[in-house]
Write a protein that binds this ligand. Structure first.
Ligand code: ATP
Ligand code: MG
Length: 193
């Protein structure tokens, strides 16, 4: 019988703001793993961290993701980790997704900093059985791990949300670091000043 299982990528992140690195990563994983689509899943903030000074609110982070992915038909926004009470664990999110979609294999896309951090993830030994981790090299991180990560082939991108925020804060324009639609939103909302 033909393989009819779906293959879905997940890009999780704070996305404060979403930047070109995230988008390129999602696209390369989509191509290299022949994914059906990639879910962009902003993570919630714990209640005590909500609306942190100088940062975007949950709604603003979601809106920037929405804008950044709007012209890519195989990118989709997922609010699975956006709960009223904030914090969620990937383990629980995946447990729910897999129960709801037993015909789908999930590919969780993470940068090298997150690969290094994998041993500390909540219930990682169970999580690793539920999802295929896809790793992407990142400048300044030497990612080696004993967990089964498949590496995606993407040129090193020295771009981060912190760098974008620092640009805005210094009144510089982060050209080619975030999509124009996101930059326009940041300016209009007066974020990261
Ligand atoms: P911050 O600078 O605020 O920590 P960030 O750029 O790391 O933000 P996140 O939202 O924390 O962005 O990252 C979401 C995911 O994307 C993480 O798995 C992270 O490792 C990965 N990622 C972000 N930027 C890159 C990059 N330039 N290369 C590879 N992976 C990246
Ligand atoms: Mg980060």
């Amino acid at each position: 019988m033909a393989d009819i299982r779906k293959r879905i990528g997940i890009m999780g992140g704070t996305f404060d703001p979403i930047h070109m690195g995230h988008l390129i990563l999602g696209e390369k994983a989509y191509e290299q793993f022949q994914l059906d689509k990639v879910l962009f899943m902003p993570s919630g903030n714990p209640p005590h961290k909500k609306n942190r000074q100088g940062r975007a609110t949950d709604e603003q982070r979601v809106e920037m993701v929405r804008r950044a992915i709007s012209d890519n038909p195989h990118f989709e926004l997922s609010l699975a980790e956006m709960h009223e009470n904030g914090y969620t664990y990937t383990y629980h999110t995946l447990e729910t997704l897999k129960t709801e979609n037993p015909d789908t294999d999930y590919y969780f896309i993470i940068g090298a900093d997150m690969v290094e951090y994998l041993p500390k993830w909540h219930r990682i030994d169970e999580l690793i059985e539920m999802v295929q981790f896809v790793g992407v090299q990142r400048p300044k991180y030497k990612a080696g791990t004993s967990y089964p990560v498949i590496w995606v082939d993407v040129p090193l991108m020295d771009i981060s949300s912190s760098a974008v925020r620092a640009y805005i804060n210094k009144d510089r324009t982060p050209n080619f670091m975030v999509p124009q639609s996101v930059l326009a939103y940041i300016k209009k909302a007066g974020l990261y000043k």
